[in-house]
Ligand binder design. Structure first.
Ligand code: UN1
Length: 503
């Protein structure tokens, strides 16, 4: 038994996942850290999926009547359990995704943060009172629970994205069904086990309030097609999101889509270059370039290009690529061999399009079955070819600009619209960038990179990123239905718009 497999056994045991769930099943799980197979997870059949959806509907019928602050109590307990088990769950994330430990732990912190947010929200969920044109009438709107919420999550944030959706949906009075990435079922099993601990501490909830569907794309498809699941929140590729969005729209369901990003930062002449350098390094190389918010395009003003880019090259040469569990490396492995091939293909396409590639290539850290890559910095003569696509790998394309209008046009000149940022100390430039004529993305930052958002803000993006919003602000409204109420407390029946209808 290798060290990782032994550790998996300990960690899953610690959080309370039964061994029968991760041994002897048909879904092989490999750790990108070494490439070894670490578990064989049991998957669900179509009949079981159907039963899970039915149970979720029944659980919803009860949960929606529990007062929201009491629903919040369950989420408060979940947040406490997550605090208690932050270390083992964070380590599991690092083992299953290959993130460096501080990022594995940071992901669990993001779960804790959204739980705290949702607890406060459980005493809010405000509606409005609106002035009625009719005497002795009250016009108002209130928010009601929607029903079971289907959550489809990706490998790169295997547990935080569940928490964004789960914490909000639960306080909103919805039941939840989770279809995690096939690449990361262990962290899903662990999270589910921790949820069950919270349920126990709470004193029990309706059976099927939160369930887990471990299966392939067909399992996800079955949930997406089922009209008993009124909300589908899906995170992943644009290709997946397009299929999900179409299927959900066909049955008039609601989808919350958080899809691909092709995020850019603009570096202006007034930028603080020391800070910019650090922000760019984290944005482009953090999580080995496998965040949907990863910085993929750097648009640099011609006057600072020759100062910034050589320094950046140095950072790329020096960055430590290594085992996320046993070293202080900042860049861990790519998720698998396909991810590495995609990176190679994009770099080749960039060369063909006239780009100059610095870095890239495979780094032997833990043998032939794992795929560690040296991050690549690519100077491009124009925004074309692979620069227009999202490659889930640490590739940063660098472009030169002259006027701010040109830089903004370059930034917005892609189909994705998730995150963006500007480095500038010029208030006119900053405000132009944040104005209606500036960044077209769901997230636009100043003097920080595009990644690493806090949960307090609404998270999501425009165009082919899908338009959904999760996490903070008023994203909770996506998990509830709005009801408009007109109440007549008078003794006559005046009609709106002065209509007369006397019988
Ligand atoms: C994702 O990559 O799907 O803003 C989510 C960030 C993280 C979440 C990323 N808080 O980078």
């Amino acid at each position: 038994m290798t060290t990782i497999t032994a550790e998996i056994r300990t960690l899953l045991g610690q959080v309370g996942v039964p061994e029968s769930a991760w041994t002897g099943g048909s879904l092989k799980v490999r750790s990108p850290v070494t490439g070894e197979t670490i578990a064989s997870v049991v998957t669900v059949s179509p009949e079981q999926t159907d039963a899970v959806i039915a149970a979720s509907s029944s659980a919803f019928a009860q949960w929606r009547t529990v007062p929201a602050p009491q629903r919040g109590e369950l989420v408060r307990l979940l947040g406490n359990i997550l605090r208690e088990y932050k270390e083992p769950l964070g380590r599991l994330v690092s083992i299953e995704v290959g993130k460096v430990l501080s990022e594995g732990l940071g992901e669990v912190q993001e779960m804790i943060d959204i739980c705290d947010f949702a607890v406060g929200l459980s005493r809010q969920l405000y509606g409005l009172t609106i002035q009625s044109e009719r005497p002795d009438h009250r016009l108002m709107e209130q928010w009601h629970p929607m029903g079971p919420v289907g959550i489809i999550s990706a490998f790169n944030f295997p547990v935080a994205v569940w928490a964004w959706n789960a914490a909000l949906a639960l306080v909103c009075g919805d039941s939840i069904i989770w279809k995690p990435s096939e690449k990361t079922p262990l962290t899903a099993l662990a999270t589910h086990a921790l949820f069950l601990r919270a349920v126990k501490a709470y004193g029990g909830v309706p059976e099927g309030l939160a369930s887990l569907l471990i299966g392939d794309a067909a399992t996800g498809r079955q949930m997406v097609d089922d009209a008993r699941v009124p909300v589908i929140s899906a995170t992943g590729s644009t290709r997946m999101g397009r299929a999900v969005g179409e299927a959900v729209a066909k049955r008039f369901g609601r989808s919350i889509l958080e899809l691909g990003g092709n995020n850019a930062s603009i570096v202006t002449p007034s930028a603080d270059l020391d800070m910019t350098l650090r922000a760019v390094a984290f944005g482009a190389m953090g999580t080995a370039g496998q965040r949907c918010t990863t910085l993929r395009r750097l648009i640099v003003h011609k006057d600072v290009y020759d100062t910034l880019v050589p320094r950046l090259k140095q950072v790329y040469t020096n960055i430590s690529v290594g085992c996320p569990l046993t070293s202080d490396a900042l860049v861990g492995p790519l998720i698998d061999g396909n991810a590495f091939s995609a990176m190679e293909r994009s770099l080749e396409a960039a060369r063909k399009a006239g780009g100059t590639v610095h870095g890239g290539g495979r780094v032997d850290v833990n043998g032939a079955a794992s795929f560690y890559a040296r991050p690549a910095l690519v100077e491009m003569p124009q925004q074309a070819g692979p620069v227009l696509e999202e490659t889930f790998a640490p590739i940063l394309y660098v472009l030169k600009y002259d006027t701010l209008e040109e830089a903004i046009a370059l930034q917005n000149g892609v189909v994705q619209g998730l995150s963006s940022s500007i480095f500038s100390n010029d208030v006119r430039e900053v405000e132009r960038y944040l104005s209606a004529a500036g960044s077209d993305c769901g997230i636009a930052n100043v003097n920080i990179g595009p990644s690493g958002a806090e949960i307090g803000g609404a998270f999501g993006g425009e165009k082919e990123t899908g338009g959904g919003r999760e996490s903070g602000s008023d994203a909770w409204k996506g998990y509830m239905r709005r009801q408009t109420n007109t109440v007549n407390y008078g003794r006559t029946l005046p009609l709106a718009q002065g209509v007369k209808f006397d019988v």
